[in-house]
Design a protein around this ligand. Structure first.
Ligand code: 6PG
Length: 248
């Protein structure tokens, strides 16, 4: 039974990223303690860059036992400014002692996006030793929120919303006229912990829709871990349109 989302509202963006870094570190330590490794899927876009930069300065994170994956990626090479891998590498991975063999990026430079999706599925199946039809259980999945209610690269009206068997798909995004590589909802909902991070007043209207309008049927509302934790970390600006302060 999906648990109710926890919603924490932090004063400003600095406090937001501090809280997110603390949650990250707590999840990492707990996972390493219980099973010797920490598996995390990073989000893309602009919001997590400050979190990654902060995490790079944090002592006590078990980077040697952390395995990095991506919840979604743009169909571009890792050197491209649009690349989620590139952003994470610049802000975090290049600054921490993370063994290269623990970094599993999406090979989005593949000509065919579908090929990159299949390859990444095989990476997940091998790493998590999945039996056919099983889904990987990440210790932590970081997610962002688009102003249209998308998360990862699961956009409103996109074909990938209905996918219930695949782990990773090449999802056609009409408004960008391109494919995006993305985890599917079953993978997101299998996680031990999912953290949504949203910052800034431009996110306030959609945060209200997602958290207060169950009839909105937005992709982000489909993320309800079946036996895991769902945490929304918001700064006051992103929470400013909420009718009540759910964190009190
Ligand atoms: C991506 C992301 C996407 C992102 C949202 C929010 O590749 O773009 O994974 O889901 O989290 O679009 O993006 P911002 O943080 O830039 O607002």
């Amino acid at each position: 039974m999906p648990s109710a989302p926890e919603i924490r509202i932090l004063k400003g963006s600095q406090e937001l990223f501090e809280a997110a870094a603390e949650e990250f570190t707590t999840q990492a330590s707990a996972a390493v303690q219980s099973c010797g490794r920490f598996t995390v899927a990073l989000s893309g876009g602009s919001t997590p860059r400050s979190l990654f930069a902060l995490l790079a300065t944090k002592p006590g994170v078990p980077w040697d036992k952390t395995c990095f994956f991506w919840g979604d990626e743009r169909h571009v090479p890792p050197t491209d400014p649009q690349s989620n891998y590139r952003m994470a590498n610049e802000a975090l991975l290049s600054k921490i002692p993370a063994p290269a063999e623990n970094i599993f990026r999406i090979r989005a430079e593949e000509q065919e996006a579908a090929t990159a999706a299949q390859q990444y599925e095989q990476v997940l199946q091998k790493f998590f030793r999945l039996s056919p039809g099983a889904f990987p259980r990440f210790d932590l999945i970081l997610l962002g929120l688009g102003t249209d209610g998308h998360t990862a690269s699961l956009f409103p009206g996109s074909p990938g919303l209905a996918e219930r068997h695949r782990l990773v798909i090449a999802n056609w995004v009409e408004k960008f006229k391109t494919h995006r590589l993305t985890f599917t909802f079953p993978v997101l909902n299998e996680a031990v912990c999912v953290i949504f991070l949203a910052s800034g007043a431009d996110k306030a209207p959609i945060v209200r829709q997602v958290l207060e309008n169950s009839d909105a049927h937005l992709p982000s509302q489909e993320v309800r871990p079946s036996h895991g934790r769902l945490l929304w970390l918001l700064d006051r600006a992103a929470a400013s349109a909420l009718s009540t302060d759910p964190s009190t």
